[in-house]
Design a protein around this ligand. Structure first.
Ligand SMILES: *Cc1c(COP(=O)(O)O)cnc(C)c1O
Length: 369
């Protein structure tokens, strides 16, 4: 037995067990072709059932799934897409990949999602879509988001990469707009190593999505191309893992909420560590996100105590690919700047034990004492 005291506590780890091992082994024995086929379809059906969307389509990752969403909605050159300035960089980069221009907008301090009043000001004749990011599974009133899009004649693309298991008023995030997108990269709620999914209720869109991810073929295996497409397919080898992960998703969602609660209650005496208002009825926080005083010193102190943590994403406009855009040069984004400078993700993986959480909290309390 390793001495728990000296083993490193990671900020995030995928959770893979015996079930995945057995499933992979029996898949390999079955003589499958590895690429996407029946296992991928089964995983898509599980996603449909879990999210309540009509259709789901697995793709290579959560970045290309956003790109495919933009392509399927015919968004490209000359178009603009509104993107929050605080998100994982892929949300904005996917817009650039499509040929359109991401227009960055600051976020709301309450829920760290896009500020709709500011989004309204950013709309031009060229604006085609809002890329709404439900950051860490949180969302504002989603009917405000959908009516905003309707009023301004915008498509709603939901980057729900962090929101598998999170809802608004009982309806799964990703199902409010034209297309919702998920990611299954290693740190996400559940993982297939890499992987992404699109969900939609539109028969036309799912058809287009399936064509775009398979070279624009009229149908699989037939080399007649009716649209511009690429290869963004998934593999059954990954789907086998995804199916096992999906089977335990509800349990993980429940555990994520318990983990969040335990951190919040244990750290509540500290003024220096703030939590973001979270409705745990609907939100399954993917990460334990806090705003911490003396954040960088705390990170170093945690590390000295064998505890991993991670800074929030930087505001997109400060990053190299965006920094030199004339448009953003002199603009300030006070909320994303503030929360990025204080934001800290604490150890958040789904199989954290209560004991480990209490140990992390103890070290944090000691730091501030
Ligand atoms: C992880 C993530 C992505 C990118 O997904 P990948 O599968 O890593 O390409 C996009 N948007 C958000 C909000 C994410 O958290």
């Amino acid at each position: 037995m390793k001495n728990a005291k000296f083993s490193f506590i990671y900020q995030m780890q995928p959770w893979l067990g015996k079930e995945e091992q057995q499933a992979i082994s029996s898949y390999l024995k079955s003589g499958g072709w590895l690429t996407e086929f029946e296992k991928t379809q089964q995983l898509e059906e599980m996603l449909v059932k879990f999210t309540g969307a009509k259709y789901a389509c697995m793709v290579s990752n959560g970045t290309v799934s956003l790109f495919i969403a933009l392509q399927a909605l015919d968004i490209g050159q000359e178009d603009e897409v509104i993107v929050p300035n605080f998100t994982m960089i892929a949300s904005a980069n996917a817009v650039i990949l499509s040929g359109a221009k991401p227009v960055l907008v600051d976020i709301d301090r309450e829920n760290l999602c896009i500020d709709l009043k500011l989004a309204q000001k950013a709309i031009t004749k060229k604006t085609k879509a809002l890329m709404f990011v439900s950051i860490n599974g949180r969302s504002p009133d989603m009917y405000e988001i959908t009516s905003f899009c309707k009023k301004n004649k915008l498509y709603l693309i939901e980057d729900a990469a962090q929101s598998l298991g999170s809802k608004w008023k009982g309806k799964h995030l990703g199902t409010f707009g034209e297309i919702g997108s998920f990611s299954f990269s290693s740190p996400k709620v559940i993982t297939t190593g890499q992987g992404g999914a699109l969900i939609t209720n539109s028969k036309d869109l799912i058809k287009k999505i399936r064509q775009i991810k398979d070279f624009g073929r009229i149908k699989s295996g037939v080399d007649e191309h009716i649209t511009l497409g690429y290869n963004f397919k998934f593999t059954d080898l990954q789907a086998v893992i995804g199916i096992e992960q999906m089977k335990r998703l509800s349990m993980r969602v429940k555990r994520k909420k318990e983990i969040y609660n335990l951190y919040k209650e244990t750290l509540s005496p500290l003024k220096q560590v703030q939590f973001i208002p979270t409705d745990l009825e609907n939100t399954s926080p993917w990460l334990i996100d806090t705003l911490a005083d003396k954040r960088d010193e705390l990170i170093a102190y945690l590390l000295k105590n064998q505890i991993g943590s991670r800074k929030f994403y930087p505001p997109i406009h400060t990053q190299a690919p965006y920094k030199n855009w004339q448009k953003y040069k002199r603009r300030s984004f006070p909320i994303s700047e503030e929360i990025s400078s204080k934001g800290l993700w604490l150890p958040s993986y789904s199989f954290l034990t209560d004991k480990t959480i209490l140990q992390v909290c103890k070290v944090i309390k000691k730091f501030y004492s």
